[in-house]
Ligand binder design. Structure first.
Ligand SMILES: NC(=O)c1ccc[n+]([C@@H]2O[C@H](COP(=O)([O-])OP(=O)(O)OC[C@H]3O[C@@H](n4cnc5c(N)ncnc54)[C@H](OP(=O)(O)O)[C@@H]3O)[C@@H](O)[C@H]2O)c1
Length: 307
């Protein structure tokens, strides 16, 4: 069944997922800005992808959500530090049954949407893809399955989740409905939350950090803290969560880096507050000690501030 979806933030994630849905015939509107918006309006969207290139000669693109009106779904494709402004602009897209799907790394985004629109409006999600904007109107997907893991806030089965799953699957994407979306989000966070700050502070790629016994142990220690913070929020991660995360990291390209270290190295705004910053903050809120993450947060913040 055709879905009506607005993609707010048309970068690596929004461009790739929204592009595939549009190519499959769904009613997709893109909310973008600047030169990227101009290019989308003039030339459409071009996607170069390891799963097959495609081009959409004409797309619906605007910087004003009021021009789109109510939709079935909103896919939030902005960075974590852009969320507040993006969420504040969502209102014209929202009807009584609209679902706002979060894709941001970290665990904060669903609550940020819920604070403005209520929990019923949110479908917490996590994406697995490696994609980026390669110039105005151009997206490159260079790896990862193009997978969205999503669920209702309380994990109940629902028609809207099932319909979105079908739409994604039918568009050449992968959709996963886990038994517990919070376990899925925190499990993903174990990898990024630990690796992002350590890699930033060391300024080293996956291959170096996972093969040195000392830095490998730091990764495990950081993950243990994150696991305890998750537990303090009521999310019990599986007993093998850390082993599975290490196995996942061992499978990544040795020269690979996280977006956090790339952004901080480039002197750009970064997602540090939503990654290690969130571990520290939620640790404080729940009385869970996070000494290693406190240290990493301070060092990474200082690097970020130094430019
Ligand atoms: N890319 C990946 O491979 C990947 C994989 C897994 C998870 N994620 C997560 O997914 C989230 C999105 O990442 P991304 O890499 O797709 O980001 P991105 O490429 O930087 O794309 C974000 C886009 O949103 C636009 N935007 C921001 N605020 C906007 C607003 N209010 N109105 C209209 N457009 C707005 C930005 O425009 P400007 O440039 O003008 O700011 C940019 O084009 C992040 O939390 C990231 O951690 C990404």
């Amino acid at each position: 069944m055709r879905i009506k979806i607005a993609v707010l933030g048309v970068g690596g994630v929004g461009g790739y997922f929204g592009g595939r849905l549009a190519a499959a015939g769904h009613d997709v509107s893109f909310v973008a800005r600047g030169q990227h918006l101009q290019a989308l309006r003039r030339d459409g969207l071009t996607v170069e992808s390891v799963a097959g290139d495609f081009a959409l000669e004409s797309v619906v693109a605007t910087d004003d959500p009021a021009e789109i009106g109510e939709v079935d779904y909103v896919l939030l494709g902005v960075k974590t530090w852009q969320l507040d402004a993006a969420i504040a602009s969502l209102r014209p897209l929202i009807g009584p049954r609209t679902a706002v799907v979060t894709t941001q790394n970290g665990v904060d985004a669903p609550q940020q949407v819920a604070d403005r629109l209520g929990r019923e409006a949110v479908l917490p999600g996590a994406v697995e893809v490696i994609a980026f904007l390669d110039g105005p109107g151009r997206v490159r997907h260079i790896g990862g399955p193009g997978k969205l893991t999503l669920g209702e806030w309380d994990n109940r089965p629902s028609e809207r989740v099932e319909r979105l799953r079908e739409a994604l699957q039918g568009s050449g994407l992968t959709a996963v409905l886990p038994a517990d979306i919070w376990v899925a989000l925190w499990s993903k966070f174990l990898a990024l939350g630990s690796f992002g700050a350590i890699a930033t502070v060391a300024n080293a790629p996956y291959g170096v950090l996972r093969s040195r016994p000392g830095t490998r142990q730091l990764l495990v220690d950081s993950m243990n803290e994150i696991k305890q913070v998750a537990k303090a929020t009521g999310v019990e991660l599986p007993i093998d969560a850390i082993d599975n995360t290490l196995a996942f990291l061992d499978g990544l390209p040795a020269e690979g880096t996280t977006s956090l270290q790339r952004d901080i190295n480039a002197g750009k705004p970064s997602e540090l507050e939503a990654w290690t910053g969130a571990v520290v903050r939620i640790g404080q809120e729940t009385g869970t000690p996070t000494p290693l993450n406190n240290l990493l947060y301070e060092l990474a913040s200082a690097r970020s501030q130094a430019g």
